[in-house]
Every structure is written in structure tokens, then in C-alpha cells.
Design a protein around this ligand. Structure first.
Ligand code: GDP
Ligand code: GDP
Length: 454
């Protein structure tokens, strides 16, 4: 089918979408109130990140798709973390540590009008240890007279402090340019290793049973001790043999570390979740079946779909199931997951181990679908039949015709359809439904785009 693609290109067809690269991650790190969120707003050019004068603003989005000078990257905003006054330094450091771990490069923001504080020094140590590239932003340099304050920050030993005013935009272009110079083109987390073990993310909201399931599948010999964050460094990814085949469970440190019991927990959880999904090929979203689906469950599932990863939904705590619970659960699934009926479902109990052996077959199915390629000939004869059985409705005397279709990539499958006119959303959904009926795609999102050719 590569030949088909070349043919298309020479005909002026679609640019082939390259295999999905994992965008590099740029994290903005610093103490509360130094202006991180203001800087994020400045970079993404929106007012999406909430900025308030008081610390402790909660928000549910922590990373943004951003672009600068033609470069795409993921921007991680660590502003708005909940920080209580007692033990603040430790918390800032802990939060910074997670963000740094997930990042490919860091912008470290310091308030130039305050100068370096002990907390800043602590973060500098973490940055050094991480070996990640760092750009030092001396913020609140609202005018040239304040540049002298910025120069004091040379003392942090991170190289040249770049004086900026996140609020007014002063110097932010230079800052971003410096960041782009050190940010790799592709995330270090993301390079696909086609011959290596499959990468699995085990995600879900706190307390659904992720660490229990991880322990169960890793074998009872593995004992996990509750540990204070930061005292021991867990390996981030864990190789676990299931049915004789090694699987790489990514980012298990976040699960093992049980950070969700601390303040600002939701924030860590979503940062971890996003990072784990990005690194994975397939995600198992664990939900607690002893209650109905929650908004947060649905959000995590949607995150997986949006990231274009294969998906398995595991309904845990099935040992607690009774008739009432089952009714609530099924009702919420019907209501909230109608669009995602394609995801394989495994009912299990991490506590007793019941049905834990069904996880691997579900992962296999989802991954096989994710990598499916449909030859162009087969795809077009399928579409031919579909169109003759159910043509696009005539609108205003016109009827768009489907000219040609091709699958431009897999992991996940992406299709481009050429048509003589705009295809209605309803008709696109019909095509997707039929594609799934005919070719399976159990466990993978698929993407269909339509190009109109006169
Ligand atoms: P964060 O906690 O690090 O995310 O900090 P915020 O972005 O919420 O900013 C904290 C406060 O500093 C807000 O009142 C901002 O308006 C203010 N601020 C941020 N950047 C600048 C700047 O460049 N100059 C000045 N004068 N104030 C700023
Ligand atoms: P995590 O926050 O997602 O890692 O969740 P944990 O694995 O820490 O589990 C949260 C709580 O749910 C713990 O008290 C577990 O013992 C309990 N739990 C986990 N799996 C099951 C299960 O299958 N059945 C029951 N009844 N409880 C479970």
C-alpha cells in the first residue's frame, strides 16, 4: 500500500501524515506567584489558563498543545497547584520534580523582583540532577531598568537569565527562541520501538484499583511499600511478564508512589495520566464498577481517544457487584460511552484476581486493530458497495460523490476520503460505523477526514 500512497502524492493527493510522533514536552516550573500561568497564557495566546492573584486556583487542564515559530510541542503548566503554607517548599519541590521528570526541556521561572529564594535553589538542584535542558526566565522585568535584577540570577548557575515580562510580553520571544533551541523535535519518551515490548499505560482516577491491579498482574511476590515521595526512586517503567510475554507498563512510579493522598492530588494525577498515555501504545482505563461512571472516568477515556491510542476499559471491583450496582453502571455506560462502544470491556477484580487473565487478550485485540492497514483496493470496493446501498442524501439539488479513499496511516488508522462535495457529519458517522462493522477496529480510535475536490 506504500505504492498507493506514492501514486496519490504524485497526483497531488494528500500529504501522507507521518507516523504519529510524540510531541516534545516543555514544562514551566517555578514557585507559586512567579508568573507561570501568565507566561503560559502568553505562549498559547489564549486566556485558557486561569490566573488569579491568590495561589491555590484549581484547574483541570494541565497541558496544552502549543506552537511557536512553526514548532509544535506540549506545554505543561504547573501553575495553580494547591500549596498549603506549611511545608510549602517541600511541596513545590515535589511538584517540580514530577513536571521535570515528564519534560523534555524546562523553563524555570524566577521572580526577578524578589530574587532567588531557598525554594528556587531547591528546584535548581532538581534541575541539575535531571540533566534536562533548562532555560532560566527572570520574570516581572517589566522595564529595562529592572534588567539589573535579572542579572542577579546568574548566581543560580543556570546560565543566562532571560529578562521577561510575562504580563506585558516583553522578552518572551527571546525566551521561547532559547527554549526551542534546547527542546528536542520529538519527545524522548515517545520513540517507538517496534521490536521492543508493548507499552501499556494503566490509568484511571484515584482509588479505582490501579496499584492493586499492577500488583496482581506483576505477581504476588512483589511487595510494595508505601513510601514517602522522593525518598526512593522507583523505576518509571516496569517490565511485567504476562502469559510469557513481556509488557512494558509505563510510568508506574506514579501509581506506586500513591501521590493521590496528598494535596493537589488531582493535579498530579492528571499530569501523570497525560504523560503515561502519551508514552503508551495501548491504555487500560480502570474504572470502579461499584458505582456509576464518573465525569472523571469519561474524561480519562476521552484523553486516550484524543491521543489516538488503543483502548481497553477494565471494570474493576467486580467482586462487589450486585443487581443495583449493575443497573447503575450499565445505565451510565449507555449514557456516557455510546461513542466508544468499540472499546473492549473486561470485568475483573484486582482484589481476587478474577478475570485478570482476560486483560492480555483484550490488549492484543486492541493493538492488532490499532495497527491494521486496509489495502486501498479493498477499502474502495467497500466504499463502492456502501455508497450504492446507501448514497449520500441529495441537498439543494446536489449529491456529493465519493471519489476515492485511502488509509494514510495506522497506529491508529487514519483515512482520507476524497469527495466531490462536503459530507454531512451524519454520513461520516455512517461510514465510520460501517468501517467498524466490516473491518473490526475493536479497541482503536479511527480518524476519517474528507477532502473536497472540485
Ligand atoms: P503562578 O502562580 O506562577 O502561575 O503565577 P501567576 O501567573 O498566577 O502570576 C502571579 C501574579 O504575578 C499575578 O498577579 C500576575 O498578574 C503577576 N505577574 C505575572 N507576570 C508578571 C509580570 O511579568 N510582571 C508583573 N508586574 N506581574 C506579573
Ligand atoms: P489506585 O489509587 O487506583 O492505585 O487504587 P488502589 O489500588 O490503591 O485501590 C484503592 C482501594 O480499592 C484499596 O483499598 C483497594 O484495596 C481497593 N480495591 C482495589 N481493587 C479492588 C477490587 O477489585 N475489589 C475490591 N473490593 N476492592 C478493591
Amino acid at each position: 500500500d506504500d505504492e498507493d500512497l506514492n501514486l496519490l502524492d504524485s497526483e497531488g493527493g494528500p500529504d501522507e501524515r507521518p507516523a504519529p510522533v510524540i510531541l516534545p514536552v516543555l514544562a514551566i516550573v517555578g514557585r507559586p506567584n512567579v508568573g507561570k500561568s501568565t507566561l503560559v497564557n502568553r505562549i498559547i495566546g489564549r486566556r485558557e489558563a486561569v490566573v488569579e492573584d491568590k495561589p491555590g486556583v484549581t484547574r483541570d487542564r494541565v497541558s496544552y498543545r502549543a506552537e511557536w515559530a512553526g514548532r509544535d510541542f506540549t506545554l505543561v503548566d504547573t501553575g495553580g497547584w494547591e500549596v498549603d503554607v506549611a511545608g510549602m517548599d517541600a511541596k513545590v519541590a515535589e511538584q517540580a520534580e514530577i513536571a521535570i521528570e515528564e519534560a523534555d526541556a524546562v523553563i524555570f521561572v524566577v521572580d526577578a523582583t524578589v530574587g532567588p529564594t531557598d525554594t528556587d535553589e531547591q528546584v535548581v538542584k532538581l534541575l541539575r540532577r535531571s540533566g534536562k535542558p533548562v532555560v532560566l526566565a527572570a520574570n516581572k522585568v517589566d522595564s529595562p531598568t529592572l534588567e539589573a535584577e535579572a542579572a542577579v540570577l546568574w548566581g543560580l548557575g543556570l546560565g543566562e537569565p532571560i529578562g521577561v515580562s510575562a504580563l506585558h510580553g516583553r522578552g518572551t520571544g527571546d525566551l521561547l527562541e532559547a527554549a526551542m533551541n534546547v527542546l528536542p523535535r520529538e519527545s524522548a519518551h515517545g520513540t517507538a520501538r517496534p521490536d521492543g515490548p508493548r507499552r501499556v499505560a494503566l490509568v484511571g482516577r484515584p482509588n479505582v484499583g490501579k496499584s492493586s491491579l499492577l500488583n496482581k498482574v506483576a505477581g504476588s511476590s512483589r511487595v510494595v511499600v508505601d513510601e514517602t515521595a522522593g525518598t526512593t526512586r522507583d523505576p518509571v517503567d516496569e517490565l511485567i511478564e504476562l502469559r510469557g510475554i513481556p509488557w512494558l507498563f509505563v510510568d508506574t512510579a506514579g501509581i506506586r508512589r500513591r501521590v493521590h493522598q496528598t494535596k493537589g492530588a488531582d493535579f498530579y494525577a492528571s499530569l501523570r495520566t497525560q504523560a503515561a498515555i502519551e508514552k503508551s501504545e495501548v491504555a487500560v482505563v480502570l474504572v470502579d464498577s461499584s458505582g456509576p461512571l464518573t465525569e472523571q472516568d469519561v474524561r480519562v477515556i476521552q484523553q486516550v481517544v484524543d491521543a489516538g491510542r488503543a483502548l481497553v476499559i477494565a471494570y474493576n471491583k467486580w467482586d462487589l457487584m450486585d443487581e443495583d450496582r449493575r443497573r447503575y453502571l450499565e445505565r451510565s455506560i449507555e449514557r456516557d460511552l455510546v461513542q466508544i462502544q468499540w472499546a473492549p470491556r473486561v470485568n475483573l477484580s484486582a482484589l481476587t484476581g478474577w478475570h485478570a487473565d482476560r486483560l492480555v487478550p483484550a490488549l492484543d485485540t486492541a493493538l492488532a486493530s490499532w495497527e491494521t492497514r486496509i489495502p486501498t483496493g479493498k477499502l474502495n470496493s467497500f466504499l463502492g458497495e456502501l455508497v450504492s446501498a446507501h448514497p449520500h442524501p441529495v441537498r439543494g439539488g446536489k449529491q456529493p460523490r465519493i471519489l476515492f479513499a485511502t488509509q494514510v496511516s495506522s497506529r491508529p488508522p487514519r483515512f482520507v476520503i476524497f469527495a466531490s462535495g462536503f459530507l454531512e457529519p451524519q454520513y461520516r458517522r455512517y461510514i465510520e460505523r460501517k468501517l467498524r462493522e466490516t473491518f473490526g477496529f475493536t479497541g482503536t480510535p479511527i480518524e476519517i477526514s474528507v477532502r473536497v475536490r472540485e
